[in-house]
Write a protein that binds this ligand. Structure first.
Ligand SMILES: Nc1nc2c(ncn2[C@@H]2O[C@H](COP(=O)(O)OP(=O)(O)O)[C@@H](O)[C@H]2O)c(=O)[nH]1
Ligand SMILES: [Mg+2]
Length: 238
């Protein structure tokens, strides 16, 4: 085939389709505790990371909505789990979960421990959890809490859950620093992928969008592998 969509890597959706889909994100609900989380049967993608890692900014950039996930100037503020639906024409086909940032020094120790527990429980038991995106500021590197999180999700990744580490604020790194940060993070990635991401320079945005789509639409994506033109058409009319 000679059309433009056949030039795409075989398993990846057109970035325009993925970005259009992410733009449909809508706030669903906020849950102060796990028991308040609604049971859902659509695939869920969790965004996790240390406070100030750039998580809210990343969600806002991916969804192209400035205030969807509130990018707080006061780290450690957002203490609840926030859910956002995704799906064209009002039909929800996936959910994004914004988990509270961890590791902020000014949060009392008790609250920290409680949140580690809630997050651990969520990551271990959420049935429809399909993927985890861990945001990490490469200038700080992996912290102890990031390592704990990796240990918690490792068994699920071995069971097929998708996992991606985003090295945020990559606009602050030069080429050599970026390459080195990627190398170091790959050692920790528990078999998952690692990418540089900058909301400021829009580095990695489309690639991440494609991953999120592919993880939550495996049928359409595998169709795309066989018949790139037809599958892209099918996806675009959804
Ligand atoms: N230079 C730069 N700064 C960023 C980027 N993403 C986030 N930030 C800044 O990092 C700080 C924390 O971001 P935020 O999204 O609130 O982090 P969160 O606590 O993980 O949700 C804010 O001051 C953001 O403006 C980026 O891509 N480049
Ligand atoms: Mg935030």
């Amino acid at each position: 085939m000679t059309t433009s969509s056949s030039l795409l890597p075989p398993t990846q959706v057109d970035p325009k389709i993925a970005m259009g889909w992410l733009h449909t994100a809508k706030f669903l609900t906020t849950a102060p505790e796990l028991k308040h989380l609604p049971r859902l049967d659509v695939p869920e993608i969790a965004f996790v990371g240390r406070s100030n890692a750039g998580k809210s900014t990343c969600i806002n950039t991916l969804t192209q909505q400035h205030r969807l996930a509130y990018a707080s100037k006061t780290p450690g503020r957002t203490q609840s789990i926030n859910l956002f639906t995704l799906g064209k024409q009002g039909v929800t086909d996936a959910v994004l979960t914004d988990l509270p940032g961890y590791g902020y020094a000014a949060v009392p120790k008790e609250a920290k421990l409680r949140w580690q527990q809630v997050m651990g429980n969520y990551l271990q038991t959420r049935d429809n959890l399909k993927a985890v995106v861990l945001m990490c500021d490469p200038r700080r590197g992996m912290t102890e809490l990031d390592e704990i999180l990796l240990d918690v999700i490792r068994p699920r990744v071995e069971d097929g859950m998708k996992f991606l580490i985003l090295l945020t604020k990559s606009d602050k790194l030069n080429k050599t620093e970026g390459a080195k940060a990627l190398q170091i993070a790959r050692l920790n990635a528990a078999g998952g992928d690692v990418k540089l991401f900058s909301a400021l320079k829009k580095q990695g945005v489309e690639e991440v969008a494609q991953h999120l789509w592919d993880w939550t639409h495996p049928d359409i994506s595998s169709e795309a592998k066989k018949l790139p033109d037809q599958a892209a058409n099918a996806a675009s009319v959804q």
